[in-house]
Design a protein around this ligand. Structure first.
Ligand code: GCW
Length: 691
């Protein structure tokens, strides 16, 4: 009895007829190199997938067979003569790490398929690509696929809290990592590695960036991530070696979040000053200890001088000095520091602080430091403008931090698909190097890339609602290729997760495609408002229910208007962008109230007033949520009962939650503006019911 979903690796929708014959001809027999641990992962995956997809047990060969109709060959050109004879070797060897070639070839009269790469992780990715084609019923008779990752680093950050097994902002159950039982491994660890490798993820940070109990203890001690720093203790590091080896088999490097004050917490230093020789020596010794145990360890992730975590400011140093001290310890081992730019608290308008803090440090960070920046200046909102740091630090390695989990988008209950949001971020033209400098063009260096704040947990669904699995899948596919369209990524995921029935595919893909806009409408009212959620101290429940009254500084509502004058933030962009956002007439409507405080009855381009548009969006958001639910319910009997019922129940909650948001926001708009909704609709909370 499997305890959890196979997610998109179900391999349960086999082809039929000629297509199945073609698959069998080329893929039942497999000649797989034995060069590296990754190739064991390839053979294991074939043993899992081929029986259910092709109705045949795979025959794994250790030399090219001659007495069959055809076979699959997986290996590097220099390991397998048959491969070297079948592909342009020099081109393959020029691929970026992880790149692969997938080609249908005729070899000695047999119909063969070749998966080859210059690196072993590329063979893993190429094998999963082939299995994705078999799972979605795509032809394989005339393949000539060349794939290279757009970014060198495609990393999942876990906000898992060791020893409490909770996941901060995770909505799929407790942490899958049973930290106390390590080094014992659980099957779920390998299944997670498979899921990540199948979408090209090549790094995982195993623990929460909050590694020390914050000064404001939350109501729930399980969420006070105050043991994370202990993972650097020798016995904990030793216990991690098996887990790191497991991820290595899938081409995934292991990283750890560390506490900036570790030399004091773990060592006998009486300071963590990054310029102190003893502190630097402590980090060097610790790095040597880690790399003795995990030779291909990726490096450290640091959240410093943010939300109560210690940092260089405690010692009068800046972020570059702080990061560089730790980076110097990792450099001899090829390790990297990912240093987060999530800083706020010393400005009334928090949006300006990251740029003011980090932009002056451009060029000051060591070569093995990557500054990791959230997509927007606030905090993973359903919509916010792109961070001004993107494009402003050309001499610094940057990583884009996206949230896979739905902290502000329904928390694993609501259907809220993030790929459309991420596409908007990737495509945003920063004008950093004149027109035509989109965000997606900024992370091409070896030390750069895209990071996803993951969310999986112990629940059978891994992510809360099964539909939220799509965000983990989409993250990997977007980090591999930001140009792959939402339609393509979504279609892939739906077919592998719910089968190839056309009606099911179209319906689920449509739900996902429309879900983000609905979420923006009912949780913000649109027009650039955001961050109006409940923020109680009980971390378990906050950021889900509406509570605009807690946030006057974020929505700027007064009797005479709404929105916030964030001209200081707008001015941080290069001129064309700064001028556009600073102008009420030119600012895109979807961000208008992020950048401007306007009269409630300011007329928008179509003559509608701001307050009426806010009302309209809130009511529309609920209707959109109801339509999402109807579309899902129409699949009753076409999706297995267990998953259909589980998601349907969550859609009921999503609609009810959307109504609570609508009622709270519209009541607040009315309280401040005194302007009624011109359609006479009133929040249900008034007992009058809505039109
Ligand atoms: O998104 C917010 C969350 C915190 C998180 C923090 C961060 C890990 O509310 O739970 O802490 O930002 O990104 O560091």
């Amino acid at each position: 009895m499997d305890q959890y979903d196979d997610c998109w690796l179900r391999y349960d929708s086999p082809a039929d007829g000629d297509r199945l014959d073609a698959y069998r001809r080329r893929c039942v027999h497999a000649y797989v190199s034995e060069g590296a641990p990754e190739l064991a992962a390839v053979r294991d995956e074939l043993r899992r997938a081929v029986p259910s997809l092709l109705g045949r047990d795979p025959h794994l060969w250790q030399h090219p067979p001659r007495t069959v109709d055809g076979f699959l060959a997986v290996g590097t050109p220099d390991e397998m003569a048959m491969v070297a004879e079948s592909v342009p070797v020099d081109e393959v060897e020029r691929f970026a790490d992880g790149g692969y070639l997938l080609r249908s070839v005729e070899w000695e009269g047999m119909d063969c398929l070749v998966v080859t790469a210059a690196s072993d992780r590329g063979l893993v990715y190429g094998t999963f690509h082939l299995l994705r084609l078999l799972s979605t019923g795509e032809p394989v008779d005339d393949l000539d696929v060349r794939e290279e990752p757009a970014y060198a680093n495609r990393v999942i950050d876990q906000w898992d809290t060791p020893f409490h097994r909770s996941v901060e902002r995770g909505y799929g159950g407790e942490s899958i990592f049973d930290w106390e039982r390590l080094p014992d491994l659980r099957p779920r660890y390998e299944d997670y590695a498979r899921l990540l490798a199948s979408v090209g993820v090549n790094g995982i940070v195993l623990n929460n960036v909050n590694t020390e109990k914050p000064p404001r203890a939350s109501a729930n001690p399980a969420f006070d991530a105050f043991e994370g720093w202990q993972l650097l203790e020798p016995r904990r590091l030793e216990a991690l070696t098996g887990l790191a080896a497991l991820f290595r088999r899938y081409g995934i490097e292991t990283y750890l979040s560390v506490n900036f004050a570790a030399p004091m917490l773990l060592g006998d230093c009486d300071t963590a000053d990054p310029l102190d020789d003893e502190v630097r020596a402590w980090w060097e010794r610790k790095a040597e200890e880690v790399y003795d145990l995990i030779p291909d360890f990726g490096g450290f992730l640091v959240k410093a001088d943010s939300e109560g975590q210690p940092g260089p400011y405690d010692y009068g140093r800046d972020h570059a000095e702080g990061a560089n001290a730790i980076a110097a310890a990792l450099a001899p081992h090829g390790g990297r520091v990912f240093w987060r730019a999530f800083v706020y608290g010393s400005h009334d308008d928090r949006s300006v602080q990251a740029y003011e803090t980090f932009d002056p440090l451009d060029g000051a960070f060591a070569d093995n430091v990557t500054v990791q920046v959230k997509n927007g200046p606030i905090d993973f909102q359903p919509r916010e403008p792109v961070s001004t740091l993107f494009g402003s630090m050309p001499k610094t390695d940057l990583a884009l931090e996206l949230q896979v989990t739905g902290e502000y988008t329904g928390q694993g209950v609501h259907a809220a698909y993030h790929h459309p949001m991420w596409t908007e971020v990737f495509e945003f033209d920063t004008h950093a190097d004149g027109a035509g400098t989109p965000v997606k063009s900024l992370f091409g260096g070896d030390g750069e890339g895209v990071v996803g704040v993951g969310s999986v947990g112990e629940d059978r669904s891994w992510t809360g609602t099964h539909l939220a699995q799509s965000n983990l899948y989409a993250f990997g596919r977007a980090a591999w290729d930001p140009d792959r369209s939402t339609g393509t990524v979504t279609d892939e995921w739906v077919r592998q997760t719910f089968g190839t029935d056309g009606e099911v595919v179209d319906t689920v893909a449509g739900i996902l495609r429309d879900s983000w806009a609905a979420c923006v409408d009912y949780t913000t009212g649109g027009l650039g408002l955001m961050h109006m959620m409940h923020n109680g101290e009980e971390l378990l429940e906050n950021h889900y229910e509406p509570s605009p009254g807690e946030w006057p500084g974020y929505h700027g509502m007064t009797d005479d208007g709404v929105g916030v004058d964030r001209s200081a933030y707008a001015a941080q962009y290069p001129d064309p962008v700064a001028d556009r956002y600073a102008s009420v007439d030119d600012c895109p409507e979807e961000l208008l109230l992020f950048f401007h405080h306007l009269p409630w009855e300011h007329e928008l381009a179509d003559g509608t007033t701001v307050v009426q548009r806010l009302y309209d969006n809130c009511f529309a958001g609920v209707e959109e949520a109801k339509r999402l639910r109807e579309r899902w319910n129409s699949l009753d009997g076409r999706v297995d009962d267990r998953r259909h019922r589980h998601v349907a129940e969550r859609f009921d909650e999503q609609v009810a939650s959307a109504e609570r948001w609508r009622d709270s926001l519209t009541a607040t708009f009315y309280d401040y503006s005194g302007v009624a909704d011109e359609r006479g609709r009133v929040p249900a909370g008034d007992g009058a019911g809505s039109a």
